[in-house]
Ligand binder design. Structure first.
Ligand SMILES: Nc1ncnc2c1ncn2[C@@H]1O[C@H](COP(=O)(O)OP(=O)(O)OP(=O)(O)O)[C@@H](O)[C@H]1O
Length: 369
């Protein structure tokens, strides 16, 4: 599963220069408004033709200007999901879902209605008209319609942006299932840190038409400098952990990774399953001794790997917990009081509040091996 992009394209005064190759299940295009995310998606989808370059997915070349090759949008078999669901109002959900199917030759159809309907939990909606659906339900139907074209690649351009928080929370698990249970690579545009932290396997960070960073989600989320000022409090650590067991008495789940063990409010999934945990840097305190008499349940042992003091009153401390980095944001005053220095053994103390459901999500394999 790879998506390979190497293009330059001019739009008026704006120039997009993008080069990345992702083997991830869900590659997020992340960046502020006007950074070029939608233009990049439109180039991949074939709605725009690049001035120069090459775009390929799943080993199929869609554009190669050097070879004068340009596969038109309708021949790329790419599923598109937009911010607005764009369903046909006069057709039932069933008819909307089946609509896209006809554009795919029958020999190449690998999705069927039953599977898609179950994946997205929309069986009870099949006979309704779109006007009788909630925003979240409409968007699930729009995703189903894109899936039923049996696409080679799914492009999702801010699919949650027009939904309120409750609808976003409702649809998230379906996006996770889509990522984990279908084999379709997904390119997902978002400017929400929490969405990217939860869903993405890899992140392309765009700024003014250039890629300023590309890498696995965990590495990108630790680069608080890449996040917009107003979202820096959302940045931190993304740990992909496994369920080690459940504690029925206290309704907790024990998660483990090489960083150590943590306890979180119960996640209903079997031991051995993968769970992604997001820990905001501001929710991690640092102790130089193993804390006692503290309500926080989660303490990971490590060593200070780096300290970034470039930001005035607060500092960012990266703690190497047995090879996995945990990021903490504390005051410069606390840093001095603790005498923190690179190499010092410390304990990362994670506030329990860090583990609300928004920050815990089930995952499957995020990359193909
Ligand atoms: N056809 C066009 N002609 C001239 N400029 C364009 C054209 N299309 C897009 N642009 C400019 O290209 C830049 C990138 O736009 P784009 O929509 O790709 O950004 P974006 O990151 O998706 O933003 P948003 O998050 O607001 O959707 C913007 O400055 C936009 O004004």
């Amino acid at each position: 599963m790879t998506v390979a992009v190497d293009i330059s394209h001019r739009l008026g005064a704006f120039t997009l220069d993008a080069r990345f190759e992702s083997a991830g299940r869900l590659t997020a295009l992340f960046g502020p408004s006007g950074s070029g995310k939608t233009s990049l998606v439109n180039l991949i989808g074939g709605l725009l033709k690049p001035d120069r370059g090459r775009i390929a997915a799943e080993g199929r070349v869609f554009v190669d200007t050097a070879q004068k090759l340009f596969v038109p949008a309708h021949k790329r078999r790419i599923g598109y999901v937009f911010q607005e669901p764009r369903l046909f109002p006069h057709m039932s959900v069933r008819a909307n879902l089946l609509y896209g199917r006809w554009f795919t030759p029958s020999a190449e159809r690998y999705e069927d209605l039953d599977r898609v309907v179950d994946l997205l939990g929309i069986r009870h909606l099949l006979e309704r008209r779109p006007s009788h659906l909630s925003g979240g339900e409409k968007q699930r139907v729009a995703i189903g319609r894109a899936l039923l074209t049996s696409p080679r690649l799914l492009l999702m351009d801010e699919p949650l942006a027009s939904l309120d928080d409750a609808r976003k929370a409702e649809i998230m698990p379906y996006l996770e299932r889509l990522r984990d249970e279908t084999k379709i690579p997904i390119v997902y545009v978002s400017h929400s840190v929490s969405e990217v932290a939860r869903l993405a396997s890899d992140v392309v960070v765009l700024s003014h038409g250039k890629i300023v960073a590309f890498g696995p989600t965990g590495a990108i989320m630790q680069r608080l400098d890449l996040l917009p000022k107003e979202s820096q409090g959302e940045g931190g650590t993304v740990l992909d952990m496994r369920v080690a067991g459940h504690d029925d008495e206290f309704e907790m789940t024990i998660l483990r990774s090489t960083a150590g063990e943590i306890r979180v409010p119960r996640v209903d999934t079997a031991p051995g399953s993968a769970v992604r945990v997001r820990i905001r840097a501001r929710d991690v305190m640092i102790a130089t001794e193993l804390p006692r008499g503290l309500s926080a349940l989660n303490v990971l042992a490590g060593k200070v790997a780096s300290i970034d003091t470039s930001d005035g009153a607060t500092v960012e401390v990266r703690i190497d917990c047995n090879g996995e980095m945990v990021l903490s944001r504390i005051t410069r005053q606390s840093m001095n009081a603790l005498g923190l220095a690179v190499g010092l053994p410390v304990f990362a103390v994670i506030k329990t509040v860090a583990f609300d459901q928004e920050n815990l999500s089930r995952t499957g394999a995020l990359h193909d091996i």
